[in-house]
Design a binder for this molecule. Sequence first.
Ligand SMILES: Cc1cc2nc3c(=O)[nH]c(=O)nc-3n(C[C@H](O)[C@H](O)[C@H](O)COP(=O)(O)O)c2cc1C
Ligand code: SF4
Length: 421
Amino acid sequence: MIVKEHRISLKNVGRIDPEAIGDYLREGGYEGLKRVLGMPPEIIIDELTEANLRGRGGAGFPTGVKERFTSEAYCRHCGPKYIVCNADEGEPGTFKDRIIMENDPHILIEGMIIAAYAVGATSGYIYIRGEYCKSISRIEKALEAAREKGYLGTNIGGSGFDLDLKIRLGAGSYLCGEELTLLESLEGKRGYPRIKPPFPAEHGLWGVPTLINNVETFSQIPFIMTHGAKQYLQLGTPDSPGTKIFTISGDVKRPGYYETKMDVTLGQLINGLAGGMTPGSTFKAALLGGAAGTFVDASALETPMSFDALKKMDAVLGSGAVIVMGHHRSLVDMTRSILDFFKHESCGKCVPCRVGTTILAKMMDEKVSNSSENTALLDRMCAEARYMADSSLCPLGQSPILPLDSLKRTFNQQFQAELKN
Ligand SMILES: Cc1cc2nc3c(=O)[nH]c(=O)nc-3n(C[C@H](O)[C@H](O)[C@H](O)COP(=O)(O)O)c2cc1C
Ligand code: SF4
């Protein structure tokens, strides 16, 4: 079956001038906001909960639940709550948030204003990856235009609700995309993670209840508040309604970004939207979800790209990155670069990850000098990564086991054969 894109987050991309708020308004922009202002905030949270919107930053956590926690969190000594947008986008192979920010910044801003109103946040930050120069300038201009039109500032739309949003820049640390580390960085501290719990909804920025979501998550909210949860639920699958942006790279004819309903299969993405494999290459593997993701083989081509369908086969959707490898690509080289990445990005705060990521990266080099050990190499790497996952402080230390385990499960023989070459 030929699959087509279905755009919600990207609906205006290529159709409007991102620097002209009038264009966004003409396409129905800020209608969702106008609809909710004046409503009891619980109704908005109920609607998002009914829509079963799940976080697009990687973990798929239900957004309505997170908003309810933040809205109900009570802090006697604290000032107003915060809203934060995670626009750090550091996962390898992922570039969807950049596309939204560069091409339709108001869809993100509108989503944030609605969410802030729902949880009672009056101040917020968009934490953008520092290298994303165009995103930064587009968001800056869009914030200014939204202030001029009265969508930000005091007494928004005469509702008595106040909100301002500011930009803060990340400095290229992968770990600073992890939500609690991001909050530390926003507070001006070194990018070290905090121990959870408490979660940001309860104890977030400067200790105040904070709602933090990914760019793509916020960008789905205007649609839900304009068209309602029921219409949203008609898209995708019951466990993963709505649409998702997939960023496809590697050995396909048309690499790029594609937004579809989440019942699309991996095969439809690769062979349909991305135009199939590059001439002369056949499908060998795909790495789903980036470095903190999982390898799958051709048996996954019929699997829908939804949170739960992938989970059932021990794979992850993660950020929506799909890195496609043709038959000529080396799993060993790919694994080495993933492990070098984790070694580089480990913040070094806890021993299991600081030492573990170094050992894992070294193990890949060992194979060159000691080929008799190669048969058991993947087993030993998995054991090391599992030890790290059990004893590390934060989710980065729990990540290398994901690609390694999936390699062992799916490509054990092939990996060993490649090591011999
Ligand atoms: C090491 C690490 C890096 C992460 N990087 C990002 C990132 O760049 N962008 C993002 O949205 N989420 C990232 N996350 C996930 C966030 O911690 C968090 O789950 C997300 O911001 C929640 O938003 P959501 O509920 O809208 O998905 C990262 C997580 C980890 C462990
Ligand atoms: S698990 Fe790694 S990244 Fe996380 S705190 Fe420990 S050393 Fe730092």
